[in-house]
Write a protein that binds this ligand. Structure first.
Ligand code: ASP
Ligand code: MG
Length: 440
């Protein structure tokens, strides 16, 4: 069995869905199972409609308009999705009455994109000679916890998934399964988080014991750097799970950060491919990766970070100081990415600075607290990073050359990444210069 995941741009419209059909046709011998996103733009429109409804204005117009255009261009019956449309209207009306878009309601609402796109794709495939059927992931055993907005499948979901899959999916049918969404055991709708269909796909690949999981997107695999910033960026043919995980986490834009977790557990290779250039070999991610001798595999960055620094002489010889600091952050639900410490100060980066106020007040009992914003974490990833003499010198001189200042330097304990912080405004100079030095 082969799990193929097609993202929003890959199923955007009839032209793209046709490419998906051709790609699937070429893989029939491997028993393809598809996991699909909503048409690009629909999830955003659903979420906007939810927020608007919460101000008292229920308006599904923009969602319906785009979805109807895809229906029409794909040759589907015009009323095929009417039951979904009615449910969306009811839900928006409900939100507008209570004037509140709770996480729970927003998960219910944003999941309609995948439910509708999978119906369109299955209908299109079937009319073009590939017998297919759409499935909501929860009907195939994708049962999650109650973390609305970032739900994860329950422990042991694999067995239920296999049972439901064997029971419901006919041997002659290609299942088109919704990415992104799930249900709790009590039947509440959940989502795994924005851009989470990659993760749904690897969960299915792991649960069903697939030979491989293909992630079809709109770039030629995983690149050495963001091609919108570095013209010379090129595809990385092989990567290890560890390298790809660091990269996804630190802003490599191709994979959702959680994607590799299920694949690692079951050692299932993940291949990243381009729907618009299916002949390109893309990137294969496996346990060991390639045996290339590249000093570095890739450069990733994550913009818009904030840094909290606590300075205090009370840290000197104070066992438990950091424990107390992290205790505060943990209680406030603040997620830290990068940390550097010295004898008298500790600095930490966070992606979401919106809920820092209470934490900062509490931390002030331990020392002087400052928060600075508009920073970018740059992460140089590669399994050879740990063996490289002089790599740091190369990295920092490449930055000095283009007059970029560096703060908070850290080499991950797994020693496959070297991370540091620069100003958001310096990214357009920093990344190309680093890429030149490390890849040419
Ligand atoms: N449709 C969802 C989103 O836009 C999930 C995905 O595309 O992976 O976030
Ligand atoms: Mg994606």
């Amino acid at each position: 069995m082969l799990v193929l995941k097609f993202g929003g741009t890959s199923v955007k419209d009839e032209k793209q869905i046709h490419k998906v059909l051709e790609i699937t046709k070429g893989r029939l011998k491997r028993r393809p199972v598809l996991v699909c996103s909503a048409h690009k733009g629909i999830t955003d429109k659903l979420i906007q409609a939810g927020h608007k409804a919460a101000t008292g204005e229920p308006d599904a117009g923009p969602v319906f308009e785009q979805q109807r255009a895809v229906l029409k261009a794909s040759g589907c019956d015009h009323d095929m999705l009417d039951p979904f449309f009615r449910e969306i209207e009811d839900l928006l009306r409900g939100i507008s009455l209570v004037r509140e878009a709770s996480k729970r309601s927003m998960d219910y609402l944003s999941g309609f994109g995948e439910r509708m796109s999978c119906r369109v794709i299955a209908d299109y495939f079937t009319r073009h000679g590939l017998k297919s059927e759409a499935f909501d992931a929860w009907d195939l055993g994708y049962v999650t916890d109650e973390n609305f907005g970032s739900a994860r499948p329950l422990q042991g979901y694999e067995l239920k998934m296999q049972t439901e899959f064997n029971r419901r999916v006919g041997a002659d049918v290609i299942p088109i399964i919704t990415g992104f969404i799930g249900k709790t055991s009590a039947g509440e709708h959940t989502t795994v988080g924005r851009n989470g269909s990659d993760y749904t796909a690897t969960c299915f690949a792991a649960g069903l014991g697939a030979e491989e999981c293909e992630i079809w997107t709109d770039t030629d695999g995983v690149m050495t750097a963001d091609p919108s910033v570095v013209k010379e960026a090129h595809t990385i043919p092989f990567m290890s799970f560890a390298e790809a995980s660091e990269l996804a986490y630190y802003g490599g834009r191709v994979l959702h950060p959680s994607t590799l977790i299920p694949a690692i557990k079951r050692k299932i290779p993940v291949r990243v491919l381009n729907t618009n250039r299916p002949e390109h070999p893309g990137t294969v991610i496996t346990e060991t990766g390639g045996d290339n001798n590249m000093p570095v595999t890739s450069i990733a960055y994550k913009e818009g970070q904030s840094v909290i620094t606590i300075e205090s002489t009370a840290m000197l010889g104070q066992p438990g100081f950091l424990g107390r600091v992290f205790g505060v952050l943990g209680r406030e639900g603040i997620d830290i990415d990068m940390i550097t410490t010295s004898e008298i100060s500790v600095s930490m980066t966070v992606t979401d600075a919106s809920n820092l106020n209470t934490a900062v007040k509490e931390l002030e009992q331990y020392g002087r607290v400052t928060v600075v914003t508009d920073k970018t974490i740059v992460c140089v990833v590669g399994k050879n990073v740990k063996h490289q003499k002089g790599l740091a010198a190369k990295v920092f001189s490449a930055l000095a050359e283009v007059d970029v200042n560096v703060e908070m330097i850290s080499q991950g304990a797994n020693k496959i990444n070297l991370s540091f912080l620069v100003d958001d405004a310096d990214i357009a100079r920093a990344i190309p210069s680093l890429h030149r030095r490390l890849f040419s």
